[in-house]
Every structure is written in structure tokens, then in C-alpha cells.
Design a binder for this molecule. Structure first.
Ligand SMILES: Nc1ncnc2c1ncn2[C@@H]1O[C@H](COP(=O)(O)OP(=O)(O)OP(=O)(O)O)[C@@H](O)[C@H]1O
Length: 779
């Protein structure tokens, strides 16, 4: 970790060095401008060819236009802090500049800037005084717009340092930590720390679990890892895409700017509630119901429910076809069921085999009966194609036959089946036999048809959808293989187009272009196609706040990544659900072997006083001790506690309003008028009332109402669960003991959201570990 350091060099030396670096930075921006101009020109040229020519010419033109737009977009996205580092190296090498993208002088003569993800940038993040490698000095460049405003040096090789000298301005990391929060996460490419860099560059394969206490940069690291993996393994991940799963829509909005600014677009972001295309989870389950629905037992229940759709009738059933009586016999149904099951297809697809086998049996009976009618033909007669056609037609057009066959192998959707299971206690009890679900459990699962789906239903629906398959299963398999063939042809065609237009030089590959050709019409990226397809399998999956995921949720994610290439980040101590698992191994038992674990240990968000007190509170509550985490800094007055002065609800409300007004004006003083963000965190049943009150308070109304969403407004009232993964300059925490009663993990989350100050307001008792220094407010 880097920190501010003192120097005995005079300020002029710093100014001179800044002026020299400015020249380099100007040169890099100059090259960026040139490239932008080139792409703009190409885009204009391509577009100006107009909508003429053959269809092939037009899609070629659209494909190139789309590619240039993307490239231009990437170049536009790196305007801020384009260059942020410099390495001075042994062996007379030129200084190496590190930035957001790689840039070279025209015709590849000299590298001006090394992409932060390239191996040659790694020493910028990894070299230490103990292991300097080839690095003599690491320099952080702080820029505002295109202007270098400060720099900071770290000398890694004392002996060689005399040649390069060392200067110190404002520490880059400390400046980043002290910056006011703006409601959207920003990238950390300029200040990634060594333990974080190791995680970011960890190999693609296998399941990597990253455990880290609050504010250790798990989210930041996960996002930078995505950018790194797409850079390092582009060809493997470009077509399969990366899935990023976060805890809430608000969280995904909070992080959405980080990835585009890293220049990546092949990423689908989702919550578990949105994992199933076309299904929206609007309902909420009580914690005990969510826990129950998350158990792996639900997968067995799903399997039983699907098998239950494959029924052998208890006795022979007589069917009338065109005046002839035939029989649907239990043995024949049993044979057809086992034949269909042997196909290994999902239920709806395997139905075809079942129905054909049954029809064959019924057709034989029917054919023989009709034959006898016509004059007693041979019992063993085999039917020719013509006979078969009319016999089958007669059977198919008889509703009683269709109904009888359907009842033995009922095609259905996941939604219909789960709805029936929840709404019919007899059905549930039947399928749940021997699965360890008590009568109370079954009662907890009961819900009426038409009730909204919840987040915990999604993995169960997904499991059922997997077992059932689509209704037109055979067709979709055919469509998939057609799509594969089409894609191969497109790549071939794109390679020829590139050759014909002399567009080599790494600007565009056949794969990239083919992706565009495929998408002309409505232009679809990998991410867009993946997001619409339940059966899409991703090249890599990243899960944030992974401590929350249930066994069923894990199954749904693992299905989407058969290669088991995953990055799983979280903090066991921040789990809301009761019963903290002892280890990640326990939580991820379904992932099979090959799970490797990394730990992040330094918090870049929460001041030490607040972090220590959060640890003390959850430990006093009897939770397992959180993984050790050290705060990178402390701030004076980071923890304040205000007692409302008495037990009345009115007094508490008044105290919260006063504290909020006070904290907002303190932020104005510390960061500038209107800067910095505040959250009031409280138990669910206080949210609406507190929010309504604070919106009417003259001194805080504006902060709560401006913006619209909790991320855009300067201040918001949230539960701990809603605040998960987010951060605020100041948190006003109301009645922490109430939060603790629901979940120690939630209180731990709430206490660790602030970057500057935690202000606790209470009327009731404080949780053990926090009951110090209460400032009483006169009621
Ligand atoms: N290397 C770094 N340089 C600058 N800021 C950093 C660095 N690492 C993390 N941060 C900052 O620390 C804060 C916390 O990061 P992040 O949200 O990724 O942590 P987390 O481990 O996911 O936290 P939590 O589990 O509490 O949600 C963010 O503001 C992030 O930008």
C-alpha cells in the first residue's frame, strides 16, 4: 500500500517534474486525438457510401460502421486519467508509462502508453521495496482533465535511486479515499493495490473465491478482473460473454459506469431476481420461506414434480376411434415412458418419443381392428407407409386419444407446474414424501395461483425449466445448430471481406466483423443475445455479495457455466440470512472441487474507529468473528452516537431530523456545498415513515427529494439490505438494536457503509459493543 510521504526536495523540483510529465501526457493525448480523428473519418466514409449496393454490400458497410463506432466509443471513454503511472527501470530502458489503454506512435514505432492490463504494466501494481524486480521508481501521476496536477514517487531500489530522485505530492490512494462519493462507483485502475492485483490477474479457469471484509475492494476488484479477463482471453470470452450477478438493481446501477469506463461491453449484468428471461420477481418472501426455497431439497422436489407428470394409469382404458375400440394399456404406457426417459431429453422434448411409441402401439391395435372389419387380414400384418399415414391421422384427430396420451405425459411449463405445486397441498405432500419437508415447511410454501413470483422462486423455476425443456424443444435444438452453421459461414465471409478491403493490421478481426454481420438488422451484441437466452452458457461468471446465495441459486449459476470458470466475491460476516456458514467450502459445496480462495485484508472505505466498533458489535452478538480486516485510515470524529433523550417515537424522529440536518451541513463544510452523500439506515418498518418525515423537514427536504432514485438523490433512507454493496460519506444509523434482532450480518453491513462518519441515533438500548459516548439530546 502506498501512503503520503515527506520529502526534503523543494516545491520547485516538484513543479519542474510536473511540467516535464505534462509534455509526455500531452503527447499521449495528442495520439489519442489522432486516433479518434482517424476513426471518425473512417466512420464518415463508411456512412457516406449511402444505402446503395447489394444486400451484402450494405451489411458490410453496417458492420464496419458498427465496429468503428465501438472503437471510437472506447477511445472516448478513456478521456479522464488516461495516463496515471510511470515506471523507471534498470538497464537504461526508457520510462514506461501506464494508463487505461495501450497507445503507440504511428506505424507502431514506439509504445507511448502501456495498457494497465498488459503484463508489462504489472510491476506498477506488484513491485515492492522488498521485491523491486526491474523497477527503480514508481511514479503516480494525478491529473485533472488533461492537466498534471500532482505526482508522488515511491523509490523501490535505494541504490539506483540517486539517478532518478524522489518527489512527493498528495498520495494517490489517499486522495482517492478522501474524495466525496458521487452515487456511482468509479474505477481504481490508478491505485490498485498488490493483493488486489493478484486477484485481478488470477488465471481464468476454476472457481476463485475472494473473501474480504467491508470496503476491501471486492466489487472494484471483481469489475477490474472482468476487464482484465476480457483483455487477456478475448477470443475465448468475446463470443460467450461474461455474466455479472449483483445483489440488487440499485447496486448494478451503482457499478454500471465502471465497466464501460474500462472499455468492456461483452458483459451481462443481472440480479438473481432477473436471471430468468421473461420472468419478473415482484413478490417478497419472509426470511424463513426464502431459506426453505433456497435448500437443495427443492431440486429433488422439482425432479419429483416433473416425474409426476409421467403417469402410468392404474387400469386399462378403452378408447373409441372412428367406432373402433382400442385399449391404452398400463404395460404399454410403462414401456413408452421408459423408452422416452432413456433419450435423456428434458420432459417436453422426450414427450415426442413417448407419444410416438404410444401411437405405434395404438396404431397396431387400430390397424388390426380395421383390417378385421374389412375381411380378416393377417394378425401380424405390417403396415406400409400409406396405411400408417391414414391410421395415424385417424388416431391423432381423435380428441380422446390425444387427451389420454397427454395425461400420461403432460407437457407443461415451469411456471404452471410450480404454481400447481404451491397451490395444491395434496400434490406438494405427495411429491415431498421422504424429502424431510415438515408439515410446517409445506405450509410455508403454500401460495395461491397468480401470486407474484419472488426472488427465491427464480432458481426453482430455472431448475424446472431445465428438467422440462422448452415446449418446442426439438425445434430449438435444430435452430441452435442452424445458428452455428450460419455463424461459421459469416466468419468465412468476413475473412474474405477483410482481405478484399485490405483491412488487416489488427484493426478488425474476422470474428469481430462476423459478429457485426450477424447482427445487422437489429444489431445485437453477445451480451444482448445472452441476456435473452435462458440456456446461454457463459465463458465466465462473476458473483458479487456471494455470501447471500442459496444452494438453489448456486445450481442455477453453475448450470450457466459448465466450465466452472467463476469469480465469487463476498464476505461471510455480511450475510443477511440466518445461520452463517462456517466457510466458503460449505457454502459452495455444490461447485465440486477446484475452488481456490483469496483474502483481501485492507478496507479502503471505512475509518478504523467505525470498522473496529462494527467488529466489536457483531462479536458481542455471538456471531463468528469476521475475517480480520484493517482500515487503511482513521478520521477524527468518525463515530458519533446521539441518544434521543427519552423513549418516545416523536423524540427519536426529531433527533434523526436534527442529526441529518447537522451532518448535511457538515458535509457542505468539508466537501463543498451540496457535495457528499448521506444515507439513513434503519429497520424495514421505519423506512417509509422516516423518509416521509425527512422529506418535509425544511433543512433536509431538498437532499432527499432531488434526483429521484436513492442513487441520484443526495440523501436516502434505506434498509441495510438495500444498502448492501453501496457506500456513503455519512451514514445515520437509527436504532441499531432493532437491526441486530433481524440479523447481525445486516447490522455489520449498515455500520460499515460510511467513508467518513457513522452517526448512530437511538432511543432504546444500544447493542453491546457500541454503548459508549452517547451524546444525550434534551427531549
Ligand atoms: N485500490 C484502491 N484504490 C482506491 N480506492 C479503492 C481501492 N480499493 C478499493 N477502493 C475503494 O474502496 C471502496 C470500497 O470498495 P468496494 O465497494 O469494492 O469494497 P467491497 O469489498 O465490495 O465492500 P463491501 O463488501 O462492504 O460492499 C470503494 O470506494 C472503492 O473505490
Amino acid at each position: 500500500m502506498t501512503g503520503p510521504r515527506s520529502t526534503d526536495r523543494p516545491a520547485e523540483a516538484l513543479q519542474e517534474a510536473i511540467a516535464r510529465e505534462q509534455q509526455q501526457v500531452d503527447a499521449v493525448y495528442g495520439r489519442l486525438d489522432e486516433l479518434r480523428a482517424t476513426y471518425r473519418e473512417r466512420l464518415t466514409d463508411v456512412r457516406s457510401t449511402g444505402a446503395v449496393g447489394t444486400h451484402q454490400n450494405r451489411s458490410e458497410r453496417d458492420a464496419f460502421a458498427a465496429h468503428y463506432e465501438d472503437a471510437l466509443g472506447r477511445l472516448e471513454a478513456v478521456e479522464n486519467r488516461l495516463v496515471f503511472g510511470r515506471l523507471d527501470l534498470h538497464q537504461g530502458e526508457r520510462p514506461r508509462y501506464v494508463g487505461r489503454i495501450g497507445l503507440s506512435e504511428p506505424h507502431g514505432r514506439r509504445q507511448l502508453l502501456v495498457d494497465w492490463r498488459a503484463p508489462s504494466a504489472q510491476p506498477f501494481y506488484q513491485a515492492t521495496a522488498a521485491q523491486p524486480g526491474e523497477v527503480i521508481r514508481r511514479r503516480h501521476l494525478m491529473t485533472r482533465g488533461r492537466e498534471v496536477v500532482s505526482l508522488e514517487d515511491e523509490l523501490l531500489d535505494g541504490e539506483a535511486a540517486a539517478d532518478v530522485g524522489s518527489l512527493a505530492g498528495e498520495g494517490a490512494l489517499f486522495a482517492a479515499m478522501a474524495a466525496a462519493r458521487e452515487g456511482r462507483m468509479s474505477d481504481i485502475v490508478a491505485t490498485i493495490q498488490s493483493e488486489q492485483d493478484t486477484v485481478i490477474r488470477s488465471p481464468l479457469d476454476g472457481v476463485l473465491v475472494v473473501q474480504g471484509g467491508p470496503g476491501t475492494g471486492k466489487t472494484a476488484v471483481a469489475l477490474h478482473r472482468v476487464a482484465f479477463l476480457l483483455y487477456e482471453h478475448r477470443s475465448r470470452l468475446e463470443r460467450s460473454g461474461v455474466l455479472l450477478v449483483g445483489p440488487s438493481r440499485a447496486f448494478l446501477r451503482y457499478i454500471e459506469q465502471v465497466l464501460p469506463s474500462l472499455g468492456e461491453t461483452d458483459v451481462v449484468t443481472t440480479t438473481m431476481a432477473e436471471l430468468l428471461p421473461g420472468t419478473t420477481a415482484r413478490g417478497h418472501d419472509r426470511p424463513e420461506v426464502a431459506e426453505l426455497k433456497g435448500r437443495a431439497t427443492m431440486a429433488r422436489l422439482a425432479e419429483r414434480a416433473v416425474r409426476g407428470l409421467q403417469r402410468v394409469p392404474s387400469e386399462t382404458q378403452k378408447l373409441d376411434v372412428e367406432g373402433v375400440t382400442i385399449e391404452l394399456r398400463p404395460e404399454a404406457v410403462r414401456r413408452a415412458i421408459s423408452r422416452a426417459r432413456r433419450t435423456g431429453y428434458p420432459h417436453n422434448q422426450a414427450r415426442e418419443t413417448f407419444a410416438l411409441t404410444m401411437l405405434e402401439d395404438l396404431m397396431r391395435q387400430y390397424g388390426r381392428a380395421r383390417g378385421r372389419e374389412r375381411g380378416g387380414e393377417d394378425e401380424e400384418k405390417t403396415f406400409d407407409a400409406e396405411d400408417r399415414a391414414w391410421l395415424q391421422e385417424d388416431l391423432r384427430s381423435t380428441p380422446a386419444v390425444r387427451r389420454a396420451v397427454n395425461l400420461c405425459w403432460m407437457p407443461t411449463t415451469a411456471h404452471d407446474l410450480l404454481e400447481r405445486l404451491y397451490a395444491r397441498p395434496d400434490l406438494l405432500a405427495h411429491h415431498a414424501r421422504g424429502l424431510g419437508l415438515s408439515a410446517r415447511d409445506r405450509e410455508l410454501l403454500r401460495r395461491d395461483k397468480g401470486a407474484p413470483w419472488t426472488e427465491s422462486d427464480i432458481p426453482i423455476l430455472d431448475e424446472l425449466a431445465e428438467l422440462l425443456g422448452g415446449h418446442e424443444g426439438a425445434e430449438s435444438a435444430r435452430a441452435a445448430s442452424q445458428e452455428r452453421r450460419r455463424r461459421e459461414e459469416e466468419v468465412q465471409f468476413a475473412a474474405e471481406a477483410i482481405e478484399a478491403q485490405d483491412l488487416g493490421e489488427g484493426i478488425v478481426s474476422a470474428e469481430m466483423l462476423a459478429g457485426r454481420f450477424a447482427a445487422t438488422g437489429p444489431r445485437l451484441t453477445t451480451a444482448e443475445r445472452a441476456a435473452e437466452d435462458r440456456t446461454w452458457t457463459y465463458g465466465h461468471i462473476v458473483v458479487d455479495e456471494a455470501q447471500e446465495l442459496t444452494d438453489m441459486a448456486w445450481r442455477a449459476l453453475l448450470r450457466r457455466c459448465p466450465t466452472r470458470s467463476m469469480t465469487v466475491v463476498g464476505d461471510l460476516a455480511q450475510r443477511s440470512a440466518p445461520g452463517q456458514p462456517g466457510s466458503w467450502g460449505e457454502l459452495l459445496s455444490g461447485a465440486g472441487g477446484g475452488v481456490r480462495e483469496a483474502v483481501l485484508t485492507i478496507s479502503y472505505r471505512t475509518p478504523a474507529t467505525v470498522l473496529d466498533s462494527a467488529v466489536a458489535v457483531v462479536s458481542a452478538a455471538g456471531s463468528p468473528p469476521p475475517y480480520p480486516v484493517t482500515a487503511a485510515r482513521d478520521l477524527p470524529g468518525a463515530l458519533a452516537v446521539t441518544h434521543s433523550g427519552g423513549p418516545s417515537a416523536e423524540g427519536l424522529l426529531q433527533a434523526v431530523a436534527e442529526v441529518v440536518a447537522h451532518e448535511l451541513s457538515a458535509l457542505d463544510d468539508e466537501l463543498g456545498a451540496g457535495a457528499g452523500r448521506l444515507a439513513v439506515l434503519c429497520a424495514q418498518d421505519r423506512v417509509a415513515h422516516l423518509a416521509a418525515e425527512l422529506r418535509t423537514q425544511p433543512r433536509s427536504a431538498q437532499a432527499f427529494t432531488q434526483g429521484g432514485t436513492s442513487l441520484d438523490a443526495r440523501a436516502a433512507v434505506l434498509t441495510a439490505v438495500e444498502g448492501k454493496g453501496l457506500e456513503f460519506d455519512v451514514v445515520v444509523l437509527v436504532e441499531p438494536a432493532e437491526m441486530l434482532r433481524r440479523s447481525a450480518g445486516d447490522l455489520y453491513v449498515a455500520m460499515t457503509r460510511p467513508t467518513r462518519r457513522l452517526h448512530v441515533v437511538h432511543a432504546g438500548d444500544l447493542p453491546a459493543g457500541l454503548e459508549t459516548d452517547s451524546t444525550a439530546r434534551p427531549e
